[in-house]
Design a protein around this ligand. Structure first.
Ligand SMILES: C[S@@+](CC[C@H](N)C(=O)[O-])C[C@H]1O[C@@H](n2cnc3c(N)ncnc32)[C@H](O)[C@@H]1O
Ligand SMILES: Nc1nc2[nH]cc(C(=O)O)c2c(=O)[nH]1
Ligand code: SF4
Ligand SMILES: [Mg+2]
Length: 209
């Protein structure tokens, strides 16, 4: 029994599901768009400021039938955001094939630290110093969303921006706990470097998930 669940997880037919919720995409280019979020557990990137540390340990999130996840996701809206945890810890092929068959638009929030799997209409790449993205994901990213926690993150963001495709949108997002200090720096930076745009975690201001 144990083994067969592990096999199904390895095949991407079951995933450790942390939560699913219908909300408004709060961040980046699609901010303001109603979307159904699928949050998959498991991440070992280890960002010290991560706002969903409860997602890290996959073992506490029940392996869930991906067919059931697809069924519940397609009820609410046609935009599905897969996040985590780090969704690319797992094989996203089966999940996204199922969502595409239902006519859904598939979006992913990822650090890009692991092999890109799945069929995506929108890839939000949020690179982390601890475990940088794989080379292949840079050219596939639709938006690059760099988190700014301190001044040195601007240089990291510029280096990441040098690796993405020419049409990739560039966002700087303040780390939430440091927002009062960082927002003024981001504002100045974007005015001086207008290829960047500001992204805020607007769902936290709206008091929604
Ligand atoms: C929780 S992560 C999950 C997806 C994936 N592991 C990743 O990091 O992209 C979702 C998004 O929230 C951002 N994020 C996480 N904690 C944050 C914080 N404290 N302040 C601002 N953004 C944060 C991440 O950089 C990422 O863009
Ligand atoms: N509303 C809302 N928008 C989001 N955009 C990215 C999120 C994430 O945690 O991946 C997120 C989230 O947790 N909630
Ligand atoms: S990669 Fe994403 S989920 Fe993992 S620790 Fe960093 S912000 Fe959190
Ligand atoms: Mg979030």
């Amino acid at each position: 029994m144990e083994k067969s669940i592990n096999d199904l997880v390895a095949a991407g037919k079951m995933l450790p599901l942390m939560e699913e919720f219908y909300t408004i995409q709060g961040e980046g280019y699609h901010k303001g768009t109603a979307a159904y979020f699928i949050r998959v557990g498991g991440c070992d990137v280890g960002c010290h400021w991560c706002d969903v540390k409860e997602s890290w340990n996959a073992d506490v999130h029940p392996p869930t039938d991906v067919d059931k996840i697809i069924e519940s996701a397609s009820v609410f809206s046609d935009t599905i955001v897969v996040t985590g945890g780090e969704p690319l810890t797992w094989d996203m092929t089966y999940l996204t094939n199922g969502l595409k068959r239902k006519g859904m638009k598939t979006h992913i929030e990822t650090s890009g630290a692991y092999k890109l799997t799945g069929q995506w209409d929108w890839i939000c790449l949020s690179p982390k110093k601890m475990k940088p993205p794989t080379e292949e994901v840079y050219q596939k990213a639709d938006e690059l969303k760099c988190i700014v926690y301190n001044k040195s993150d601007f240089a990291f963001a510029e280096h990441q921006a040098s690796k993405v495709g020419k049409d990739c949108l560039l966002y700087l997002q303040p780390e939430w706990s440091k927002r009062d200090k960082i927002i003024p720096l981001i504002v100045d930076y974007v005015m001086e470097n207008p290829k960047w745009k500001v992204s805020l975690q607007t769902h936290k201001y709206l008091n929604i998930p």
